[in-house]
Each structure stands twice: as structure tokens, then as C-alpha cells.
Write a protein that binds this ligand. Structure first.
Ligand code: SAM
Ligand code: SF4
Length: 332
């Protein structure tokens, strides 16, 4: 599938729940959360049907996200079915990591996911200091995340990445410890610029720390980072090598990298069945109604292609964008 700007669409992010067991202050600040009612959220069968349609149209990579996807019952079995969809070549999960070491039927969730065919785990980790972690996520769960990472390694997960959202006044002291931690364990660490996607206004001058500033702070300790223009993962991260080591680190600068959207290959399916061509645009198209009204596969394919045709050239984040939906409902 190709849109009008030459983006080649092969990647679907699938939010399977809007619920979460943490309350990161940049995502879901502590407040009364209005969750979707159960019947508003797509069933696994409905999601699988849409994934099969997508795969026929050229979707090759899937990432399951949320909310916290590991809080939805049956996620391991669901992943097993996703991995078996013809055409799907890779399946990843974005998680806060708090449940990876939890036991389910005699195995850790990490083992279950790897067995189900999940090859990549993206784990959010903003700090290695318990107090800072707690302040950032509003939950004292750092020990569980660290145990979760150990469980992911023990389960033989092929690729483990760490994501740290940059917050001014907090992240500066975390940069080097996180780099060391990731380097020692062979995890690929990425620093993410704050985006305007939460229920509350967190993207303020006070909170925003640009990837360029973070890089400069790191370089004070490490010396100039070495650009790795040929190293690409699925997303828009720019990678650098830490001098004197083989370790690469990434920077995801949605706000300051003006080329951010050029190689975008993504669609997003929200847990209530809206297909979004871009995280940073208001456009979304309801597939749930069509699905539940009995649309056949040809009709669903037509709808998906219509969404691809409406994919914007770039996101609207720099245009005083106000979120119309929480990130957890879209699936980051
Ligand atoms: N709960 C899982 C997790 O935390 O990884 C998956 C969902 S979370 C919404 C996906 C990613 O979005 C995480 O890496 C998180 O750090 C990031 N994220 C959430 N709010 C953000 C914001 N305002 N700006 C930038 N990234 C954000
Ligand atoms: Fe939950 Fe992930 Fe959002 Fe944090 S970033 S509140 S863990 S969905």
C-alpha cells in the first residue's frame, strides 16, 4: 500500500486496551479515567479479522500496544494467532514491563509471549532510580520492571528495546545510567521527545527536553556520538554509536526532527476500532461499525485503502496540536 506522498505502508500498531496499571505523567496523569466500556473495545476476533485484511493489503509488521497490553486477559493466545496470520513477518509488543515476569500457567508472561511468536519487546523505562521511576509513573513498580527485563532475557526474546520519554528536570540525570544499563545488557535504548498526546497539558516549556539537548548532555560525558545513518529500525529514530563501544542509542524527535514523517510506514488501529493514518493528526476512520454491520472483506479492504489514501504528509504536532484522544486509546 502506498499513500499519496509515497509512504509505503507495511506496519500496523494495534492498541488492544486503553487500560493501564501505571499512570505516567506524560501519558495518563492521575485523574478519574473514563475507560471504554467492554462492548466498545474490539474483541480479539474482530481485531484478527482486520489484521487479516491488512495483511492481504501488505501489512507485514505488527506491534501490539495500549494502554498496557499485558493487562488484557488472553493476550498471549491472541499474539499466537496474530503471528500465524499469513503475510505477517514480525510481531512486537510495547509494554511497561511490569507484568513480564508474572507467572501464567507455569511460565512467565515473557516466556509465553516468546513462545507465541513475539520477537520484539519495547519496554518503557524512564529511570533506574526507584523514587524517580515512581514519580514518573505514579507507581512504585521499578523492581517489577527490572524483574520483567530479566524474564524477557531468560525467555530468549530476540530483541529488547528500552524507551525513555525525555522530561526536563528529570531525565538529565538518567541519561548516562540508562545508557550504561542498556549497554551492559545489550538492549537498544531510545530517548523519545515529549509529544502532545496526553489528557493533560504536559508538553510545556517546563517539561520539554529536546533530543538535541539530551544528546549534547550525553556527549559531555562520552565525547561526540557517532551518527549511524544506515542503522534503521522500523521507526523514525536516529541512531548514534557511543564512542569507544559498539553500543547504539536512538533519538526519536517528533517535535524537533523536521524529517520525522518522511519514511513513515504506519497505520494505527485504536482499541475501539478506529483506523488512524497518523498519531499526530485528528483523522480517524471507524471500522468497528462496518465490521459489526457485517461488512465483507472486500468492503473492509476498500475502507482500509481509503484511510491510506488520506494519510497526511506529516503530523500536526508543531501546529499547536491539541489531542482529541488519549495516547492510551490510540496506542503509542
Ligand atoms: N504501556 C506501554 C508502554 O508504556 O510502553 C505501551 C503503550 S505507551 C502509550 C507506548 C509508548 O508511548 C511508551 O514508550 C511511552 O513512553 C510513550 N508515550 C506515552 N506518552 C507519551 C508522550 N506524551 N510523549 C511521548 N511518548 C509518549
Ligand atoms: Fe501506561 Fe504506557 Fe501510558 Fe505509562 S506510557 S501510562 S505505562 S500506557
Amino acid at each position: 500500500m502506498e499513500d499519496t506522498f509515497g509512504h509505503h505502508i507495511s506496519y500496523l500498531r494495534l492498541s488492544i486496551t486503553d487500560r493501564c496499571n501505571e499512570r505516567c505523567r506524560y501519558c495518563m496523569p492521575e485523574e478519574e479515567q473514563a475507560w471504554f466500556a467492554r462492548e466498545e473495545v474490539l474483541s480479539y476476533e474482530e481485531m484478527l479479522r482486520l489484521v487479516r485484511v491488512g495483511a492481504r493489503l501488505g501489512i507485514r509488521k505488527l506491534r501490539v500496544t495500549g494502554g498496557e497490553p499485558l493487562t488484557r486477559p488472553g493476550v498471549i493466545e491472541f499474539c499466537q494467532e496474530l503471528a500465524a496470520v499469513p503475510g505477517i513477518e514480525s510481531l512486537g509488543i510495547s509494554t511497561n514491563g511490569t507484568l513480564l515476569a508474572a507467572e501464567r500457567e507455569g511460565e512467565t508472561m515473557a516466556q509465553g509471549l516468546v513462545r507465541a511468536g513475539v520477537s520484539g519487546l519495547n519496554v518503557s523505562l524512564d529511570s533506574l532510580q526507584r523514587e524517580i521511576y515512581q514519580r514518573s509513573t505514579q507507581r512504585d513498580l521499578l523492581p517489577r520492571v527490572l524483574a520483567g527485563l530479566d524474564a524477557a532475557v531468560a525467555a530468549g526474546c530476540a530483541s529488547i528495546r528500552l524507551n525513555c520519554v525525555l522530561m526536563k528536570g528529570q531525565s538529565e540525570a538518567e541519561l548516562l545510567p540508562l545508557i550504561r544499563f542498556a549497554g551492559e545488557r545489550g538492549f537498544l535504548l531510545r530517548f523519545i521527545e515529549l509529544m502532545p498526546v496526553s489528557t493533560r497539558d504536559v508538553l510545556t516549556e517546563e517539561n520539554f527536553l529536546a533530543t538535541g539537548t539530551a544528546r549534547a548532555l550525553i556527549e559531555v560525558e562520552t565525547g561526540p556520538l557517532i551518527p549511524q545513518p544506515d542503522f534503521k529500525t522500523n521507526g523514525p529514530a536516529l541512531y548514534y554509536r557511543v564512542p569507544g563501544t559498539e553500543q547504539r542509542i536512538g533519538f526519536i524527535g517528533a517535535m524537533t526532527n523536521l524529517h520525522f514523517c518522511e519514511s513513515c510506514n504506519k497505520l494505527r488501529l485504536t482499541c475501539d476500532g478506529k483506523l488512524r493514518p497518523c498519531l499526530g493528526s485528528y483523522l480517524e476512520f471507524d471500522l468497528r461499525d462496518a465490521l459489526r454491520a457485517g461488512a465483507d472483506d472486500a468492503e473492509l479492504e476498500r475502507l482500509v485503502l481509503g484511510v491510506v489514501a488520506r494519510k497526511p504528509k506529516e503530523h500536526d504536532f508543531r501546529d499547536n496540536y491539541q489531542p482529541n484522544r488519549r495516547m492510551i486509546a490510540i496506542g503509542g
